[in-house]
Design a protein around this ligand. Structure first.
Ligand SMILES: [Zn+2]
Length: 174
């Protein structure tokens, strides 16, 4: 069997590892690169939570905190309304004014940074591994964030032969 071939788990005929389904019986090709399988088997051991997608040779991982931006803004916005109410009850209190000022400024800052991210595309931290390349390659828009995953795949120890693509590549996921 050629090294780019695998057996259909349904009918046993040889199919390409990259094919989506078996041309003979139509069953889905379940072959994935061993490193991707190893990743899925160990997914629970990572401290960060993320969502992973894969094709036979490509693994794409997205940070689950992507929704935290709008949530943080909403919380800050509500807090500034509450502190504004508090300040209106105690108009002479410097402390109440300070509370309102801090929450309102934070909410505005969060809002501006959300709009900025929307236009620059840096809304989601993502890393994509391509195991079809030898040596494998990865692309990410936040290398430091994915250090744990890079260590898992030994990318951190084997600096030789690992080619990095654009470090600052942006992904826009709406
Ligand atoms: Zn088949």
């Amino acid at each position: 069997m050629g090294k780019n071939m695998t057996k259909c788990t349904s009918c046993g005929v040889e199919i390409a590892k990259t094919s989506k389904s078996c041309p003979k019986c139509g069953a889905q090709n379940e072959w994935v690169h061993p490193e991707i399988k190893r990743f899925h088997d160990n997914q629970k051991t990572f401290t960060k939570s993320f969502t992973a997608y894969h094709s036979p040779y490509e693994l794409s991982i997205m940070d689950d905190n992507a929704g935290i931006g709008p949530m943080a803004f909403f919380v800050l916005f509500m807090l500034s309304l509450i502190t504004l109410l508090l300040w209106s009850v105690f108009p002479d209190s410097w402390f109440c004014f300070l509370l309102f000022a801090v929450t309102a400024i934070s909410a505005v800052y969060k809002f501006i940074s959300m709009i900025y991210k929307l236009f620059t595309g840096r809304t989601v931290r993502q890393i994509v591994f391509n195991f079809h390349k030898n040596p494998p390659e990865y692309e990410t828009n936040d290398e430091a964030y994915w250090e744990e995953v890079l260590v898992f795949f030994n990318f951190k120890d084997k600096k030789d032969g690992i080619r990095e693509n654009s470090k600052e590549k942006s992904y826009l996921v709406m």
